[in-house]
Design a protein around this ligand. Structure first.
Ligand SMILES: Cc1cc2nc3c(=O)[nH]c(=O)nc-3n(C[C@H](O)[C@H](O)[C@H](O)COP(=O)(O)O)c2cc1C
Length: 329
């Protein structure tokens, strides 16, 4: 929360005052964790808001955005709309739901993944940085997901072609799957990668974050979620991802078959400007690809450090943990 609202957020913006170096250490303000102070064991707030805040939110909910704009003298209705949405959501859906799903939200690469609760901090050596004194073990949240200034949207993913040779391409990071360690990208069911994954579901991602100078090589198994996938939660994720796309991205799924020959001399632009499909129902060519990570090789060029993370999971068990090994770069 504080990351979003307070000083910690400001500190993470490089190339501005205060100096860039501050973003390398977690500022103590960005580590204060409200979940340690809710007065209940699971650290939730739910609907338990202070009376004055509740009153304020009722007041905001009772107005429409133009009324809020004029009441507070906001420069435009966008801010007022967000105030109103947040108030309504807090009151009707509770604090945790709103934190995860309330609108507006940043685009996925600019959103933070929720870190495990940490109620005890310690200073990092003599620096002004702090870290959690009792880390709950390495987790995927250590991927720099959601850094608002560097948020790298693209990664390269390699699969194996049926003839055993590698295939590699760039895709767009979409989101984490329901706040798990799995993340998603989208693709066309007709693309080569889909048939490659059917034969061999294993893939390796190379993801370079130029501003923080981190490389993540991610070993994973891929799951292709199509219109015929039975799992309800995955079907919901596919539908939500489709709805969040812009029209031009949705239209691509109605383009002619990828990689089929095309006549250069023929004006076929109409084939690539179809009517935008409905945002409510994904077309059959639209797939959500789930990246189920089992190993991460993190190389930090800042200081030349490297860590290997491996998922430890017993056969048939759903729970797992991560081991972390510090290795030579
Ligand atoms: C910046 C960029 C982003 C891309 N994002 C995606 C994407 O999210 N999903 C996708 O299927 N292809 C994406 N592509 C196209 C792929 O790189 C690739 O050309 C295409 O998917 C066909 O790959 P395949 O034949 O190996 O399946 C992107 C390309 C670029 C340059």
């Amino acid at each position: 929360m504080i990351n979003h609202l307070g000083w910690g957020y400001v500190m993470k913006i490089p190339f501005q005052n205060p100096p860039k170096t501050w973003m390398h250490d977690q500022h103590i303000l960005s580590l204060f964790d409200y979940r340690c102070h809710t007065g209940n064991r699971n650290g939730t707030i739910g609907f338990d808001f202070p009376p004055a805040m509740r009153q304020c939110m009722h007041h905001l909910s009772s107005m429409d955005p133009p009324q809020i704009t004029s009441f507070y003298g906001f420069p435009n209705d966008r801010l007022a709309e967000a105030f109103r949405n947040r108030s309504v959501d807090f009151l009707t859906k509770g604090f945790e739901w709103t934190l995860l799903h309330g609108q507006p939200t940043n685009a996925p690469p600019h959103r933070y993944k929720i870190a495990p609760r940490c109620c005890s901090l310690e200073r990092i050596g003599n620096s002004r940085g702090y870290k959690c004194a009792k880390p709950e073990g390495p987790k995927m949240h250590q991927l720099p997901y959601g850094n608002p200034s560097t948020g790298a949207n693209y990664f390269q993913i390699g699969t194996v072609r049926p003839n055993g040779r590698p295939a590699n391409r760039t895709v767009v990071f979409r989101d984490w799957l329901n706040n798990t360690d799995q993340f998603t990208f989208i693709t066309d069911i007709r693309s080569n990668k889909v048939s490659e994954v059917k034969e061999n579901p294993y893939a390796e991602i190379a993801w370079w974050f130029p501003q923080t100078r981190d490389q993540f090589r991610i070993s994973a198994k891929l799951f292709i979620i199509t219109s015929t996938t039975k799992d309800e939660a995955l079907q919901v994720a596919r539908q939500q991802t489709w709805s969040r796309l812009k029209d031009p991205a949705r239209q691509q799924f109605l383009w002619p078959h990828p990689a089929e020959p095309r006549q250069e001399a023929v004006d076929d632009s109409n084939l690539f400007e179809p009517e935008p499909p409905s945002p409510d129902t994904p077309v059959d060519t639209f797939c959500l690809v789930v990246v189920d990570v089992d190993q991460v090789d993190h190389l930090s060029l800042k200081g030349n450090k490297r860590w290997l993370y491996t998922r430890q999971q017993a056969e048939g068990e759903s729970s797992y943990s991560w081991t972390k090994q510090y290795v030579n770069p």
